[in-house]
Design a protein around this ligand. Structure first.
Ligand SMILES: *Cc1c(COP(=O)(O)O)cnc(C)c1O
Length: 502
């Protein structure tokens, strides 16, 4: 067989270029086979806890093993424990949208494996990131104030949670710098505002930067207002805090919430924030991707009033995890709060102030060459390809929504904004209540996911249990959505027949 020889007497360099070529080809072939077979696996892994920890050896192998053997083990032991996010029948959470171009970009960036903390450590890593962030700024029609050509600029973080932490720190330091004395006391008085639909990572980020959990105001939203943050409710919360001697710090708005993809009205809420000198961040982790389409851009209207904006290219822009793109209106807000200046990194380029040192825009010092993959994606598909990709998913979601809305047994719970549809089972009999509907909707989801043929997740809004169908996996086509619809009907028939007998 084609196993490569490992002479026990001779040490083979782990980056030997001929071995690299051979083995990398084997892995590419392995993955190509994986994609061609992906629909054969249960979408959500069916293994039990401990499936690996209890079966794998408890020490590493003493002797080297050939790649063929290792790949066989991946196939046999690892793949059963994988939930197949790239399956065309994956409709859970929000998608993670891999593409060939992003994969190749990952190969290149891993192949170079540079540690581009500052400009000098790999000038291309910094400058390509600036180029890509400026391209995206144009594509999203973000205001010029967020551009490097004014006082702003963009940076790539791994995830939105990191962007929350960094903008919170920037806002905190800015606020404290405006206060003459008692900075320590003020720290305990800072308040963060969001809605009950805001992603939980804001809570976590607030905790990390030292905001007391008591000082995170989670303002309730309602179904009747499509789960948007209400400006009056925000104003009231801020007013109460100011009267109590607290210090409003940071407001997080969401375009495309995680539960139902609702969108806060940015313009008017930024106006409120401005009155109280509050930092306003707009989180469009999922839906920001759709805003590259002219027909969705209106969701970002008013963005010029925000201090920072972020979205996750890894959620819907053909880019692998992680790639959160963050822009700030005043880049010195980030650099003033996150800079380090050790002797061993001093260099002429930095001293000249002609370059960006991205280590001062993020949590960690070391950073990956992330722009390589997004640059590859934008070059490979072009703006037209990216827009077409998102439009196809939106069209499929509209189709699924239309199918649901002509069947009286189902209700689309919140209007679909993008390519995620939230629905539930409604019981037609007079004697049934909300709880019955919730129970049945939950059983429908469990029954569908139990087949292994599809995977969806749920949300609970205003005590209503909804099934979320997030259409956005790269391999998903209309036939997969049609199959999902057939399954939804079939399983609902069975469940409703049983529930009528009870
Ligand atoms: C997914 C999501 C996040 C969290 O993103 P991470 O990159 O995993 O931190 C935040 N906000 C919204 C609206 C999301 O959908």
């Amino acid at each position: 067989m084609g196993s490569f020889p490992i002479a026990t007497t001779e040490f083979l360099n782990p980056l030997d270029h001929e071995q690299f070529r051979k083995q990398a080809h084997l892995v590419v072939d392995f993955l190509a086979d994986y994609y061609s077979n992906i629909e054969k696996y249960p979408v959500c892994s069916q293994v039990k806890p401990g499936f690996l920890t209890e079966t794998m050896p408890d020490s590493p192998p003493t002797q080297p093993q050939p790649i063929e053997t290792i790949l066989q083990e991946v196939q046999k032991n690892i793949i059963p424990g994988i939930t197949h996010w790239q399956s065309p029948n994956f409709f859970g959470y929000f998608p993670s949208s891999l593409s060939t171009a992003s994969f190749l970009g990952e190969m290149l960036l891993t192949g170079f494996d540079v540690v581009g903390f500052n400009w000098l450590a790999s000038p291309a890593a910094t400058e390509l990131e600036i180029v890509v962030m400026e391209w995206l700024l144009k594509l999203l029609q973000l205001p010029k104030s967020f551009s490097f050509s004014s006082d702003g600029g963009g940076v790539m973080h791994g995830t939105t949670c990191e962007s929350f932490v960094c903008t919170l720190v920037a806002a905190r330091e800015k606020k404290l710098s405006q206060i003459e004395n008692n900075k320590g006391e003020t720290l305990g008085k800072l308040v963060v505002y969001c809605s009950d639909q805001t992603h939980c990572s804001l809570q976590k980020a607030s905790q990390i930067v030292g905001i007391s959990p008591n000082n995170v105001r989670t303002i309730p939203t309602t179904k009747s207002m499509n789960f948007q943050l209400c400006p009056d409710a925000l104003l009231m919360a801020i007013g109460a805090d100011v009267r109590a001697g607290l210090v409003p710090l940071y407001l997080c708005l969401t375009v495309g919430t995680t539960q139902t993809t609702s969108a806060d009205p940015i313009g008017i809420l930024c106006e409120v924030a401005k009155q109280f000198n509050i930092w306003c961040h707009v989180d469009a982790a999922y839906a920001g991707n759709a805003c590259i389409l002219p027909e969705f851009r209106h969701f970002l209207d008013g963005i010029e009033g925000a201090n920072s904006f972020s979205f996750n290219a890894h959620k819907w822009l053909l880019t692998s995890l992680g790639c959160c793109c963050l822009w700030v209106k005043d880049r010195t807000d980030l650099t003033k709060s996150l800079s380090t200046d050790p002797e061993y990194l001093k260099n002429k380029a930095t001293d000249s102030k002609q370059v960006v040192d991205y280590k001062d825009w993020q949590i960690t010092l070391s950073r990956r060459f992330l722009s390589m993959k997004l640059w590859m994606v934008m070059k490979s598909y072009g703006v037209s390809g990216l827009r077409e990709f998102i439009r196809r998913h939106v069209k499929m979601a509209k189709h699924f929504e239309a199918l649901l809305s002509i069947d009286k047994r189902f209700e689309v719970v919140v209007p679909r904004n993008f390519a995620t549809v939230c629905f539930r089972v409604v019981l037609l009999s007079e004697s049934s209540d909300e709880e019955d509907g919730n129970r049945l909707t939950k059983r429908l989801l469990e029954s569908l996911n139990g087949t292994g043929k599809v995977y969806m997740t749920h949300a609970v809004v205003e005590n209503i249990y909804v099934i979320r169908v997030a259409i956005g996996a790269t391999l998903t086509e209309e036939k997969h959505v049609d199959m999902l619809w057939d399954m939804v009907q079939e399983h609902a028939n069975t469940l409703l027949a049983c529930s009528e007998l009870n």
